[in-house]
Design a protein around this ligand. Structure first.
Ligand SMILES: NC(=O)c1ccc[n+]([C@@H]2O[C@H](COP(=O)([O-])OP(=O)(O)OC[C@H]3O[C@@H](n4cnc5c(N)ncnc54)[C@H](OP(=O)(O)O)[C@@H]3O)[C@@H](O)[C@H]2O)c1
Length: 343
């Protein structure tokens, strides 16, 4: 890690896996700008957030072809093109959602699909090359070696620089790495979701692969900014998620007590404590960790980036340790497509 940028108010940097690019130790999740968390995106503010991130040294920008069925890639495209040399652009393939019925999802990992998907993403983004191309979800009917082989062709052809995998098991990661170096695994990891620590994190450490935790703020829940899914707008994806609905939501909100106490003692926000905890898992587990909190607002981005400067004490870490084990409800209604669902 480097502290060389601190004087300019920028966050520090780390290398995204063996041979990967240098990125700010926190990235920006762009999904919510077009998809998933309600209809209230102020587009001007979201664009300003993209710009402000770069000023703060947040250089890893995360999107996927499925976010808003291509709309999220199109939304960030002008910003990416204008700042091509400074931005590390990550997008993903494999998942499509039926627009008529969002519960119906298709997962494809086969070579012809991947080749079509990458061309479509390159076109929407208006770039010649994607810096980090992830398999978003695993189709167990296609051997992982075949999928990574097809992804490696894209590297050889100059369409993609580095490869990543999302929601893979430790075993799948090892099999993939035997075909082509993997820069990063992107999986859910937060104070509320720690299942990947059993197999995925040890495999990533052993192989020198970076961990990019998604939903590091527990989809906003860890910031204390909402309690019940019913408080959210009708099209908000979180209304379908077991942790945020019914009795689970109230039980889970009570678990935030030590987060709230530490935040108060430090004059920090709850979200900052959650992000600082995650950032510190890099030292705990001995690997690179680049969380990608998602926000559409500059004020929240600044707050989140500020968390990279907080170092929690051993006592604070110990107080946060029991939370994940007590969380009520799975992280998805259907866990079959997650790494935990296959391990
Ligand atoms: N690989 C995968 O399968 C996968 C799955 C999910 C997400 N992702 C990626 O990971 C990124 C982050 O995950 P996520 O967006 O699901 O969840 P998250 O980062 O845990 O939380 C995002 C939510 O928290 C709110 N928020 C952010 N900062 C806040 C703050 N300081 N105070 C209060 N609220 C705050 C955001 O609202 P505002 O936007 O209104 O600020 C948004 O509703 C996504 O953008 C996406 O790129 C990947």
């Amino acid at each position: 890690m480097s502290n060389s940028n601190d004087k300019q108010g920028k966050i520090t940097t780390a290398t995204l896996g063996t041979g990967g690019p240098a990125v700010g130790v926190q990235g920006l999740g762009c999904m919510g700008m077009s998809f998933a968390y309600g209809p209230t995106t102020d587009e001007g503010e979201a664009r300003a957030t993209l710009e402000r991130a770069l000023e703060l040294g947040v250089t890893l920008y995360d999107t996927a072809d499925v976010y808003g069925a291509g709309e999220n890639e199109k939304f960030i495209a002008p910003f990416i093109r204008a700042n091509r040399d400074q931005v590390v652009l990550a997008t993903k393939f494999a998942l499509s959602i039926d627009p008529e019925n969002p519960q119906v999802r298709t997962i494809r990992n086969d070579r012809p699909y991947i080749r079509r998907a990458v061309e479509a993403s390159l076109q929407r983004l208006g770039v010649d090359e994607i810096d980090l191309y992830y398999m978003h979800r695993r189709d167990v009917n296609v051997p992982i070696e075949e999928t990574v082989g097809a992804m490696a062709e894209l590297v050889a052809e100059g369409k993609v620089k580095h490869l990543g995998l999302s929601e893979v098991t430790g075993g799948e990661l090892r099999a993939a790495q035997a075909v082509h170096p993997i820069a990063a695994v992107q999986s859910e990891w937060s104070l509320f979701s720690r299942d990947i620590e059993a197999h995925v994190v040890p495999a990533a450490r052993e192989l020198g692969v970076a961990l990019v935790p998604y939903s590091p703020l527990g989809r906003g829940f860890l910031t204390g900014s909402f309690v019940q899914a019913e408080e959210l707008s009708g099209d908000d994806f979180r209304r379908t998620m077991p942790r945020f609905t019914g009795d689970n939501a109230a039980a889970n909100a009570a678990l935030l007590e030590p987060v709230r106490r530490i935040a108060q003692e430090r004059g920090a926000s709850l979200g900052q404590v959650a992000l600082a905890w995650l950032q510190q898992q890099a030292q705990v587990h001995g690997l690179t960790v680049i969380p990608i909190p998602g926000t559409r607002r500059r004020s929240r981005l600044e707050e989140n980036a500020g968390a990279t400067r907080i170092i929690l004490t051993a006592d604070e870490l110990a107080a946060l340790e029991p939370i994940a084990g007590k969380v009520a409800g799975g992280r998805y209604a259907d866990m079959s497509f997650t790494s935990a669902g296959r391990e």
